[in-house]
Design a protein around this ligand. Structure first.
Ligand SMILES: C[S@@+](CC[C@H](N)C(=O)[O-])C[C@H]1O[C@@H](n2cnc3c(N)ncnc32)[C@H](O)[C@@H]1O
Length: 248
């Protein structure tokens, strides 16, 4: 049978996809790697179908390999005899623990069939939560900014793991970026916060990201030519009719 890697979205049970919910309702057992993903999963699955896995809080690679080997050994027979799911916040293929499980299963239990159900990733959900538009044609880079680091270079960046916002902010502003921070976006656990003031994000909360955009970016969008006068009299501000594509 099958092991499903199910993306739960950013942390609000209402942002689990229809397919993800269907899989969670159908499988025999649902494994979760942490407290937050478990709390989202239990909105769709009864507690008795949640499987227990033990993950040590460590960066020791040997201990991590052992933990994933043990997890794979627990999950593999369940996914051979029936259907099982392993849930992760966001998308299973974006900066996710699911990659460790997939590699471990490939190495030690290659007969287990895998299927992935994508989830709403924080990489895209941030835009709505922070009220940001990434216009068509622009570039967007994903980076990590843990421990106060401040990656620079791309015009627009989503920064994960912002654990020391004041220090990261200093580096980004010096490099010419405007920055917005988001903590616990679309999450039912904890308090959501969106702010441009890094001192408001002073505690180290792992579920914090930032969006950084070069301050002097020019955009050339047809509808940016509308102004308040055009809105009032119902006419467009530009003379020429822009070619409009509606295929996205
Ligand atoms: C290991 S990555 C997991 C990404 C996840 N697989 C996804 O697709 O969204 C964890 C980082 O994602 C960001 N993140 C994930 N969910 C978030 C949320 N709901 N609010 C704010 N940041 C979030 C944080 O920066 C956090 O440190």
């Amino acid at each position: 049978m099958t092991l499903y890697g199910v993306g739960l979205g950013p942390g609000d049970a209402g942002l689990v996809t229809v397919r993800g919910k269907r899989v969670l309702e159908q499988v025999d057992v649902v494994y979760s790697p942490g407290r937050l993903s478990r709390s989202v999963a239990t909105e769709h699955v009864s507690e008795e179908r949640i499987g227990d896995l033990d993950f040590p809080m460590t960066r020791d690679e040997e201990k991590l390999r052992r933990a994933w080997k043990d997890a794979a050994a627990e999950i593999a027979p369940q996914a051979r005899d029936g259907d099982a799911a392993f849930v992760t916040l966001g998308d299973p293929n974006v900066y996710s623990t699911f990659g460790h499980l997939r590699r471990t299963l490939d190495a030690f239990h290659p007969d287990v069939a895998l299927e992935i159900v994508p989830g709403v990733s924080a990489v895209t959900a941030f835009a709505t939560a922070l009220g940001v538009e990434i216009p068509a044609g622009s570039g967007l880079a994903l980076r990590e900014a843990d421990d106060g680091t401040a990656p620079t270079g791309p015009d627009r960046m989503v920064l994960f793991k912002v654990t020391d916002a004041p220090a990261t902010h200093e580096g980004l502003v010096e490099a010419g970026y405007d920055v917005v921070y988001g903590r616990r976006l679309f999450m039912e656990q904890g308090k959501t916060l969106v702010t441009e003031d890094p001192s408001e994000i002073d505690e180290r909360d792992y579920y914090t990201l930032a969006y950084a955009e070069q301050a002097d970016l020019e955009t050339d969008l047809a509808t940016a030519k509308f102004d308040a006068t055009a809105q009032a009299d119902g006419t467009g501000a530009g003379d020429e009719s822009p070619e409009v594509r509606s295929d996205d």
